[in-house]
Design a protein around this ligand. Structure first.
Ligand code: ZN
Ligand code: ZN
Ligand code: FE
Length: 808
């Protein structure tokens, strides 16, 4: 041993377990001829390394700068220790000490290497539905606790065979320490349960309860149980080809699948799920098929094929039948197009598209040599509308009994449910709409340290979050907190998140709405700990500030355009301009209050919001106005009385409700059966439509404090345009234009220069509006921050709550 040797102890923190970090350390040490050892513990990865100082430096550099693709290295701490000599490099067992915190990895889509082996007849994992490696496979959904090792996952039920054990123990193998390693000999197994005869005719009614003569379902005594290597998949494909509905157990729960080109199958699924008009997402096997149904640019291709594999909202491919009616029908389109069933996404120009992300999905589409199944599958969460996704087999058998004709199942337990994530693209960048599978539970950094805190979010599209110090972990998507099952799912998600992160919250933070179920949950689960509350739109603005790393003393001009949020004056806010920091806010301006009659009823019937805006603008309820015609005469009489007396009305400044009103006034949509449907269809009409020279303009009353934004001139202009037969698309385009112009006007009016303008709230899921508003602000020299990692809707609220409460 000489002075030119050193031994160092390194602690690597971040997402470093379950991502192939130890084999990477091993091979890096081997390349640099260093001796030592590596181990996982609850603080991350611990390394002892010995060799020449320059090589040790190089080793640390590679750890930081070139970690394995799925790793997120947050820090590498080094200290010198006494020389020990020795040769070779040892991978030690996992220990549970360390006292720190390691980070669980999200689930990862099947990698290219595994996909190649899956299709290779000479490979021992040929057609193995559970093939995975250190770079891919389930993680978050199979982990019971940390540190991440096979015994603490649901793969503990499957003892490794000798071959898998050898690969697992071989540092040069790409499955070295791949905890979910499996093969046809030792891995989980697929089974298929289904009717003995595939359903030739699917009925619209829920069955079997409502139609005793309907095809037998998986729980019937007549059902066939099919096992074996390929037969379950063959049977499942047969069922799909025949127009049946298949329950598929996947990574984070059950999906319901059917042939997306078969209108009868899709309509049946819609009927059984009581889904209304809400679009279904579809799954395809590869990018080429995605291009046959939707417009896929380079950014979309990267997102579709990335390790997260979210559902990406894409513009549908124009079908030949549509193109033929165009003026320029001489353009011959020879690209592959697939005609989807109208019921997949009624009246929606976008499609939610995802690529197969598990080996089982790829096999379901069929490999070379298989009789192929449908090329495009509807893939929707296995649940009834609004309920949490099914992930427990027993529970699924009960809850999905009337929904599915056949069942493709496996015997690996899902420990944590996790829905698919949803993103859309705005100006070539990702805008998350639902952050869940593939993303949860990756941490986000907090620009301001917080004490151990649990934030419970809001009531729609909810997530919760825990924070401690500089880290925050957002849960997977939980859903709308309107039933007992979702509340229970919420409780388990919060508990599991605390378990995985080791955060023991000393305080809770909730929305200021006294009747939100999340707020009630926080109060009943506080166990003596303080429960702080944060105003809804303050939390939205804090969330986008936090995402952009703004410091504790920074302030922004926050524009929160939203559907609903409780205001301290008892009104429902949602068209807000706030001077905001983490610690507090001041309301600078808001959309003029209009009466919201009967709460949810008016959310479901946009024509009521149209009447409220007409009333507020002192415009007559003329029968020639589409919204007035859509409102039954007796309901109109009741509304007139309510608006006049204020009885049963809550004042609202909601921008989301103004979108509803305009959607109705333009004749686009008078009633909705899923959240934001009227606004989504209004955006769809506006897209690609030239608003022309005529513009709408909001009024602004500066004399009031806070100032009042008056939508009356816009509402009047919409009514006039509609009366003159201006097409709905043009009205929609003019309205979007007006709201974007309003954002700029508000910034010019209220943002002291230089300042940052922050845009948040559910209305900014609108790509057309977000893009136009952001461009207008930037063109006028403003620094604009918008969401890119968290959804602008309430799914990102918990993160803002952590910061608002933590800094307070
Ligand atoms: Zn792999
Ligand atoms: Zn095996
Ligand atoms: Fe909100």
């Amino acid at each position: 041993m000489t002075a030119d040797r050193q031994r160092r102890h390194l602690v690597v923190r971040g997402v470093v377990q379950g991502v192939g970090f130890r084999p990477f350390v091993y091979t890096t040490a081997a390349e640099l001829s260093l001796s030592g050892s590596v181990a996982n513990d609850s603080s991350g990865v611990r390394i002892e390394i010995e060799g020449a100082p320059a090589d040790l430096d190089e080793f640390a550099r590679r750890l930081r700068e070139h970690p394995p693709p799925l790793a997120v290295v947050e820090s590498v701490d080094q200290s010198s220790v006494a020389l020990r000599g020795g040769t070779g490099f040892r991978i030690a067992d996992t220990t549970r000490d360390g006292g720190g915190r390691t980070l669980a990895s999200p689930d990862v889509a099947i990698c290219a290497d595994c996909a190649a082996e899956l299709a290779d007849p000479t490979d021992r994992r040929y057609r193995h539905p559970f093939i995975n490696c250190t770079n891919c496979g389930p993680r978050f959904t199979i982990i019971a606790e940390l540190p991440y090792d096979r015994p603490s996952t649901s793969m503990a039920d499957f003892p490794m065979c000798a071959d898998c054990a050898a690969e697992y123990a071989d540092p040069t193998n790409r499955r070295f320490h791949a905890q979910p390693i499996a093969c046809p000999d030792c891995g989980p197994r697929l089974t298929y349960r289904g009717p003995s005869v595939p359903p030739a005719v699917a009925d619209l009614a829920p069955h079997p309860t409502a139609t005793p003569d309907g095809p037998p379902t998986g729980t019937d005594s007549t059902a066939h149980l099919i096992t074996g290597p390929d037969q379950p998949l063959d049977s499942a494909r047969n069922l799909l080809r025949e127009g049946g509905i298949l329950a598929v157990k996947g990574i984070g729960g059950y999906h319901l699948a059917c042939d997306a080109t078969n209108e009868r199958a899709v309509a049946t699924l819609r009927g059984r799920k009581r889904r209304g008009d809400k679009p279904f997402a579809v799954m395809v096997a590869d990018l080429a098929t995605a291009r046959a149904i939707a417009e896929v640019d380079d950014t979309a291709a990267v997102l579709l094929t990335g390790p997260q594999r979210p559902i990406v909202l894409l513009a549908r491919t124009a079908l030949p039948s549509v193109a033929a009616s165009d003026a320029d029908s001489s353009v011959v389109c020879d690209r592959d197009t697939i005609d989807l069933a109208p019921s997949v996404a009624p009246r929606n120009p976008d499609l939610g598209v995802m690529l197969a992300y598990t080996p089982q999905h790829l096999l379901l589409f069929g490999l070379s040599g298989d009789r192929p199944g449908p090329r495009v599958l509807v893939m929707t969460s296995g649940n009834l509308g609004g309920e949490p996704i099914c992930f427990d087999d027993e529970d699924a058998r009960t809850r999905l009994a009337g929904l599915a004709d056949g069942w493709l199942m496996h015997d690996r337990r899902i420990l944590t449910p996790c829905d698919d994530s949803v993103v859309r693209l705005v100006d070539g960048a990702e805008l998350p709409l639902r952050r869940s599978r593939g993303y949860a539970p990756l941490p986000l950094t907090l620009p301001v340290p917080v004490p151990p805190t649990l934030a419970v979010g809001a009531d729609l599209k909810n997530t919760c979050a825990v924070g401690d110090g500089r880290y925050a972990w957002l849960s997977q998507h939980i859903g709308d907190m309107d039933d007992l099952a979702t509340l229970r799912a919420f409780g388990s998600a919060a508990e599991h998140l605390a378990e995985l992160t080791g955060v023991r919250p000393t305080q809770l933070v909730a929305d200021a709405h006294p009747r939100y179920r999340s707020t009630t949950w926080a109060r009943t689960h506080a166990a003596g700990r303080p429960v702080h509350t944060v105003q809804h739109h303050h939390a939205h603005i804090a969330a986008v500030m936090g995402e952009h790393g703004l410091g504790a003393s920074e302030t922004v001009t926050g524009i929160a355009f939203d559907g609903t949020g409780f205001g301290p004056d008892g009104a429902i806010w949602g068209g807000e301009v706030l001077a905001a920091g983490y610690k507090g806010y001041r309301r600078l301006a808001h959309l003029k209050y209009v009466p919201l009659a009967g709460g949810d009823v008016s959310v479901h019937r946009p024509y009521r919001m149209a009447l409220a805006h007409l009333w507020s603008a002192r415009l007559d309820w003329s029968d020639t106005i589409a919204s007035v015609a859509a409102c039954p005469a007796d309901e109109r009489a009741v509304l007139a009385h309510q608006f006049g007396s204020g009885f049963g009305c809550t004042p609202t400044s909601s921008m989301g409700r103004l979108f509803d009103a305009v959607s109705s006034l333009a004749g686009v949509r008078h009633t909705v059966d899923y959240e934001a449907q009227a606004a989504i269809e209004l955006e769809a009409r506006a897209r690609g439509t030239d608003p022309g020279a005529h513009t709408y303009r909001f009024g602004l009353d500066h004399t009031a404090d806070p100032a009042v934004i008056d939508p009356a001139p816009v509402v009047a202009a919409v009514v006039t345009d509609a009366a003159h037969g201006v097409p709905a698309g043009v009205i929609a385009a003019r309205f979007h234009h007006a709201v974007a112009a309003l954002v700029l006007d508000l910034a010019l009016e209220f943002a002291p220069s230089p300042t940052t303008v922050a845009l948040s709230g559910g209305v900014f899921q609108n790509a057309l509006l977000l893009s136009a508003a952001r461009t207008a602000l930037r063109d006028n020299g403003f620094h604009v921050i918008t969401h890119r990692r968290l959804p602008p809707n309430d799914g990102g609220l918990a993160f803002g709550q952590l910061l608002a409460a933590g800094a307070g």
